[in-house]
Design a protein around this ligand. Structure first.
Ligand SMILES: [Fe+2]
Length: 206
């Protein structure tokens, strides 16, 4: 469907600006769907989850290159600006009809289960379930994908880290779902599902 393609092209453009290797946004969207399908079989809901995960960092459009692409750590002021990206993303998607749930995921994707995330410091079930699932997948992708300065680490390393953070960074329920789907996710990571989504069974029809 054309809207899916356009949305995916936009996500790929965002990845390119951040010099992400491969298709980070597409991968996390596909992987988030594996967990989301354990909690809903409603096609409309799952589409919102897919779009929310795909466009999670759309708000980074509003963050200057000098901050977004800075090597080394950010100053407190720069970090304050960076932390606005979930709200900026929410604001952008609020303009798009029928993306209300996706917009919520975008706004909440940097929240942490224990309330130590941003922008609002939401905790527990105040964070939408879909954003709690996404958080686990984003970490999986961050650890297993190649970076300009290092090769991606093994699935085992990511799995151990995710389980270690159950109850602090991550919702134990989301970690449980991750463990239950470990085999599928391991195969998708190995296949680089975003390059062959149909093969990995994660394609979403618009
Ligand atoms: Fe983000």
């Amino acid at each position: 469907m054309p809207y899916v393609s356009l949305t995916e092209a936009l996500a790929a453009a965002l990845d390119a600006r951040e010099h992400e290797t491969g298709l980070h946004s597409k991968r996390v969207a596909c992987h988030t769907m594996v967990l989301a399908k354990r909690f809903s079989s409603d096609a409309a809901t799952l589409r919102q989850v897919y779009w929310g995960a795909l466009l999670h960092d759309i708000g980074k459009i509003g963050i200057p290159d000098a901050i977004l692409l800075k090597e080394g750590s950010l100053t407190p002021d720069e970090w304050g600006i960076m932390q606005r990206h979930p709200d900026i993303g929410r604001h952008i998607l609020d303009e798009v009809p029928h993306l209300a749930q996706a917009a919520e995921i975008v706004q909440c994707h940097e929240e942490r289960f224990d309330g130590s995330g941003y922008p609002r410091g939401l905790a527990g079930e105040d964070i939408p379930l879909w954003a709690r699932l996404f958080a686990v997948i984003d970490t999986l992708d961050a650890i297993t994908s190649d970076r300009p300065y290092r090769k991606g680490l093994g699935f085992e390393v990511a799995a151990a880290e995710i389980q270690r953070m159950a109850g602090s960074q991550f919702d134990p329920l989301a970690v449980q779902a991750f463990v239950a789907e470990e085999k599928t996710l391991r195969e998708m990571v190995a296949l680089k599902c975003a390059e062959s989504p149909a093969e990995a069974g994660c394609h979403v029809r618009g």
